[in-house]
Design a protein around this ligand. Structure first.
Ligand SMILES: CC(C)(COP(=O)(O)OP(=O)(O)OC[C@H]1O[C@@H](n2cnc3c(N)ncnc32)[C@H](O)[C@@H]1OP(=O)(O)O)[C@@H](O)C(=O)NCCC(=O)NCCS
Length: 147
């Protein structure tokens, strides 16, 4: 597996993966993904295995030295094989390289697998936002301070 930067021709594939990862109301439209990946303050890492995209992570730099994880998506057949960890390692290293202080993200209240994944990496729940997603699901805000 290797990581590479996003190319605009990846967009349909990232959209397909995001649709498979999340229910309607939490998944992004292709337009939203295009806006996130094209934003001048965002970074997108793409994980590839034998030329196939197996996961990706979009992060956006926010004011006050914060990196916001917009989304991390791993193709179901590739989960629990370290792809998500490699993507998060890359984002966290990027944040350290740019001397950021905090990484923050939202995750659906019922997404226990993701919450365990983040907790295992040192993220802690700091707030819960009711009706955060368009389908009414609440979100946990999770953060990790960078030393
Ligand atoms: C959450 C997600 C990104 C994790 O990616 P992954 O490639 O499976 O993660 P890794 O293999 O690197 O897992 C590292 C560790 O995190 C923990 N972990 C990961 N997924 C887990 C799960 N479903 N349940 C419990 N712990 C989990 C484990 O400690 C795991 O180590 P182990 O496999 O040795 O036990 C992936 O499940 C995913 O894309 N899910 C759908 C989209 C999603 O929910 N994204 C997050 C939105 S906020």
């Amino acid at each position: 597996m290797r990581l590479r930067s996003f190319r605009s021709q990846d967009l349909p594939k990232l959209y397909e993966i995001d649709q498979a990862c999340f229910v309607p109301g939490i998944s992004y439209s292709q337009g939203e993904l295009a806006r996130f990946t094209g934003h001048r303050l965002s970074q997108t890492w793409v994980a590839e295995e034998a030329g196939e995209v197996v996961g990706f992570l979009i992060a956006k730099r926010e004011p006050r030295k914060i990196l916001h994880i917009v989304t991390i998506d791993v193709v179901e057949a590739w989960r629990r094989r370290g792809v998500g960890s490699v993507l998060m390692d890359a984002a966290e290293q990027w944040a350290r390289d740019h001397e950021l202080c905090l990484i923050g993200l939202e995750t659906a209240q019922d997404n226990l697998g993701a919450q365990r994944f983040y907790a295992a990496r040192g993220y802690r729940k700091v707030d819960k936002v009711e009706h955060y997603y368009a389908d009414g699901t609440a979100a946990w805000i999770m953060v990790k301070e960078l030393p």
